[in-house]
Design a protein. Structure first.
Lengths: 94, 112, 315
């Protein structure tokens, strides 16, 4: 049972890491601020989400797992708001 | 190489970079930034000393860690005061400029 | 080379590269952004050094609030006159500075590689005296019991910096409201953040102060989060900065040190003198001090970020 749990954690966290890698590659290679924002939201949404889901089997109880999910939701809120603010600033400048 | 030695090396590098930046940067705001890096390197050295003092079931010696927390807050208040002084200085300099001399071309805002 | 050591090497390298970026970046704005990222990488390094309280303080105060102050300064300075070219330093100054900094770094690195053996530590003494305080977190015990004079003086340093910043106001603006942070544009995203985040942030901040008695946390970290929520509300223009001449603002900023000093002077009635707690009854006093301290820290940190008062003579 714990082997299955560890395996699930490894697979999901690695998948999340792949999304983080993709987001970083996009941030470095895309030409435009708006396209770079698009790449960053992938890391925020799916990258962090897969990592949180992968860490849930390792949490020590329901409360700890809930805290992880709340961290993910807060990161999404902050990321989405910051993306919108930056995009508005970019559009205002151009 | 233990982790304490690795972070000790990192703190030495940070202190060197911060010192270089404080001396060489012409703009005061960049000097303040470099000074903060110098401070962070010093705090990291304290952290390495605390880590080496791990005993009695704790991961690190709590006394240097408490001193670093105090130091971080004091460094922030010094930074805030320095930045406020800088903004006031620039405000006063701009007003004196506009009052006395005609518009002259300033140099490019490049670093050293 | 274990996985932990590889992670440490990566963090140390990233921190050094970011520090170099802060010093050599061409634009001041890029340097400030690099500084905020540097602070976050450093807080990860603090976790690796088993100092979670310091990590939270670095993220909240060292990188968060300092970054806010720097960003405000960069945007205001951008409108002002650039540095004249004559102030750039020559090649000789640069070479000598590189040599001097390299010498200092080499000396510190030699210290890091030849540490004293056995390592000096106060952890056993700190852990031994914790049970009679009723506190589980050794760092909270150190900050509020063993070295409580340091914490009191640190709080007074914060107040001194605040007085220094307020004294930079123009005579006509003494006691007025500081300029609100941010650009002032009414933005619905910022309004949403300013309405959704502060309730959560206040709960999280109070929780961090409360749980700091037995787990990583404490008054400074919680106070910094509360200050950040206040600044967010001000930035979203959902409230106005208070006039700093009002007695309520000044009382809120000083209530922490006042309570601390009162309990300290009351300690003269006990053997042990200034700031000693009655044996076995220390925890209630520590909690009272922490509550007052958190409130004061939140108010003072927010006021430090806002800066000197600028508007007219309104009170």
């Amino acid at each position: 049972m714990s082997v299955l749990r560890d395996l699930a954690t490894i697979v999901l966290v690695s998948a999340g890491a792949v999304f983080f890698l993709a987001g970083t590659a996009g941030l470095l290679r895309f030409p435009d601020p708006l396209t770079r924002l698009h790449a960053l939201t992938k890391a925020d949404n799916l990258g962090l989400g897969l990592m949180v889901i992968g860490l849930l089997p390792q949490a020590e109880g329901i409360l700890a797992g809930l805290k992880l999910v709340v961290v993910w939701l807060l990161a999404q809120l902050a990321g989405a708001s910051a993306t919108r603010l930056v995009a508005r600033a970019v559009r205002r400048q151009s | 190489m233990s982790e304490a030695a690795l972070y000790g090396l990192c703190s030495a590098v940070l202190v060197g970079i911060g010192l270089y930046g404080t001396i060489v940067q012409p703009e005061p705001l960049r000097k303040i930034l470099a000074f903060n890096i110098l401070g962070s390197g010093t705090f990291l050295l304290f952290g390495v000393i605390a880590r080496r003092g791990a005993a009695a079931g704790m991961g690190g010696d709590p006394v240097p860690q408490a001193m670093v927390i105090t130091g971080l807050v004091v460094a922030f208040s010094a930074t805030a005061l320095a930045v406020a002084l800088l903004l006031r200085l620039h405000g006063a300099a701009d007003k004196a400029d506009a009052a006395q001399t005609p518009r002259r071309l300033g140099g490019k805002a490049s670093g050293c | 080379m274990s996985v932990g050591l590889a992670l440490d090497a990566g963090l140390a390298l990233l921190a050094s590269v970011l520090a170099l970026w802060v010093v050599v970046a061409r634009q001041a704005f890029a340097a400030v952004v690099g500084f905020v990222a540097f602070g976050l990488v450093l807080s990860l390094a603090w976790v690796r050094l088993a100092a979670v309280d310091v990590s939270m303080t670095e993220a909240a105060i060292g990188s968060g609030v300092t970054g806010a102050v720097m960003l405000t300064a960069v945007t205001r300075l951008r409108r002002m006159r650039p540095v004249a070219a004559a102030e750039r330093c020559g090649r000789w100054t640069r070479t000598i500075s590189i040599a001097a900094s390299g010498l200092v770094s080499a000396g510190l690195a030699a210290l890091a590689f030849s540490p004293t053996d056995p390592a000096p530590t106060l952890a056993p003494q700190a852990a031994a005296a914790l049970p009679e305080l009723g506190v589980g977190n050794a760092i909270t015990g150190t900050l509020l019991a063993y070295r409580s004079v340091d914490t009191l003086l640190e709080k007074i340093v914060l107040l001194l910096a605040l007085a220094g910043i307020w004294s930079l106001a123009r005579d006509s603006a003494w006691g007025a409201r500081p300029a609100p942070p941010g650009s002032g544009r009414r933005d619905d995203t910022l309004t949403l953040l300013g309405q959704v985040l502060p309730p959560l942030g206040i709960v999280v901040g109070i929780y961090i102060v409360w749980v700091g008695a037995d787990a990583p946390g404490g008054a400074f970290q919680g106070g910094a989060i509360l200050a950040a929520m206040w600044i967010l509300v001000l930035m979203a223009r959902l409230a106005d900065p208070p006039a700093v001449g009002r007695i309520g603002v000044r009382l809120a900023a000083t209530i922490g040190p006042i309570v601390f000093l009162a309990i300290g002077f009351a300690g003269f009635a006990l053997p042990g003198g200034f700031l000693s707690y009655p044996p076995g009854f220390a925890k209630p006093f520590i909690i009272v001090i922490e509550v007052a301290l958190t409130f004061s820290i939140a108010v003072v940190l927010g006021l430090l970020v806002l800066g000197p008062p600028v508007r007219g003579t309104e009170r």
